[in-house]
Ligand binder design. Structure first.
Ligand code: HEM
Length: 263
C-alpha cells in the first residue's frame, strides 16, 4: 500500500487486512474468534455449523468434525469423478461430443446424462424401519438393503435406450444424487461445477484424444471414476462470425485440429 494515501484509503486497507486475517485468527484460537469485536459473522457453511454448536443446539465436536469430513469427501471425490466420467464418455462418443460442441446449450442436459450414464456414486444403503416388500422380496425391519443407483440409472422401464449416451436426453429422472430426505446437499454445486468446467474445456479444446480405457479406476464398488486419464489436447474449430463462443466443427473429428504447443 502507498503509505502516503489519504486516511480513508489507509483505513480501508487496514480493515481489509483485519478481515483477511480472520480465518487464521480463528483457526489459531477459538477464544480470539469468539471475542474479537472486529470479526463479523461468518458467511460459510462450516462456520454456520460451528455457530449452531455455539447456540447450544446439539452439534458436538465429533459431529462437527465428521460433518466436515463428509462435506470434504462427498464434495471432492464425487465431483472429480463426474468430470473424469464426462471426459471419458465424450472421448468414447465423438459424435455426441461433436453435437455438444456444435450446440453448447445442450450442456445442462449433457451433464445430467453423464450423471445417469456413469454415476460417480454407484450405490448406497438403508436400514429398513419396518417390514416391507420390494419387487417381490420380503424385507424385514432392521435389515440392511443395498441400493444400486448405477443399475437404477440404466433401468429400461425408466429410460429410453438406457445404454445409449445421449447428450440431448430429455426425460432423465436419474438417481445419481439419491432421493428423498438424504438427497445430495451439493447437487446444485456439483452440477454448476461440471457445466462450467466442461464448457471451458470444450471451448478451448474441442478436439481431444486419449485412451478410451482409463489406465486406472477407483478401487471401489461405490465410487466410480478414473484416477488417471491422460489426454492429448488440440485446439481447433473456428469461431463463428459474430458468435465468438460457438465453434464450427470441421469435417472430421481430429482432421482440422492442431496440437497446442506446451499443453
Ligand atoms: C457429482 C457429484 C456428487 C454426487 C454424484 C453426489 C451423490 C450423492 C448421493 C447419491 C447422496 C445420497 C446418499 C444416500 O442417500 O445414501 C449424496 C448425499 C450427500 N451429498 Fe453428494 N454428491 C455429489 C456432490 C456433492 C457435493 C459437491 C457436496 C458438498 C459440497 C455433497 C454433499 C453431500 C452431503 C452432505 C450428503 C448427505 C445428505 C444427507 O444425508 O442428508 N455432495 N450425494
Amino acid at each position: 500500500m502507498d503509505t502516503h494515501s489519504p486516511p480513508p484509503a489507509r483505513l480501508l486497507w487496514f480493515l481489509q487486512r483485519v478481515i483477511q486475517l480472520q480465518w487464521p485468527l480463528r483457526l489459531l484460537s477459538p477464544w480470539l474468534g469468539k471475542f474479537n469485536p472486529f470479526l463479523p459473522e461468518f458467511q460459510d457453511l462450516v462456520s454456520a455449523l460451528a455457530a449452531v454448536e455455539e447456540q447450544g443446539e446439539s452439534l458436538s465436536e465429533a459431529d462437527l468434525l465428521s460433518l466436515c469430513m463428509l462435506l470434504l469427501a462427498a464434495g471432492h471425490e464425487t465431483t472429480t469423478s463426474l468430470l473424469g466420467n464426462a471426459v471419458l464418455a465424450l472421448l468414447r462418443h465423438p459424435d455426441e461430443r461433436r453435437r455438444l460442441v456444435g450446440d453448447p446449450s445442450l450442456m445442462r442436459r449433457a451433464v445430467e446424462e453423464v450423471l445417469r450414464y456413469d454415476s460417480p456414486i454407484q450405490a448406497t444403503d438403508r436400514v429398513a424401519t419396518a417390514d416391507c416388500e420390494i419387487g417381490g422380496h420380503a424385507i424385514r425391519k432392521g435389515q440392511l438393503v443395498g441400493l444400486i443407483l448405477g443399475a437404477a440409472n440404466r433401468d429400461p422401464e425408466q429410460f429410453d435406450a438406457p445404454e445409449r449416451f445421449d447428450v440431448g436426453r430429455e426425460k432423465n429422472d436419474h438417481l445419481a444424487f439419491g432421493h428423498g430426505t438424504h438427497f445430495c446437499l451439493g447437487a446444485s454445486l456439483a452440477r454448476a461445477e461440471a457445466q462450467i468446467a466442461l464448457a471451458a474445456l470444450l471451448q478451448r479444446f474441442p478436439c481431444f484424444d486419449g485412451d478410451p480405457e482409463p489406465a486406472a479406476r477407483k478401487r471401489s464398488l461405490v465410487l466410480r471414476g478414473p484416477t488417471v486419464l491422460p489426454l492429448r489436447l488440440y485446439c481447433g474449430g473456428t469461431p463463428t462470425a459474430g458468435e465468438p463462443n460457438s465453434l464450427v466443427w470441421k469435417e472430421s473429428v481430429y482432421g482440422d485440429c492442431r496440437e497446442e504447443p506446451g499443453v
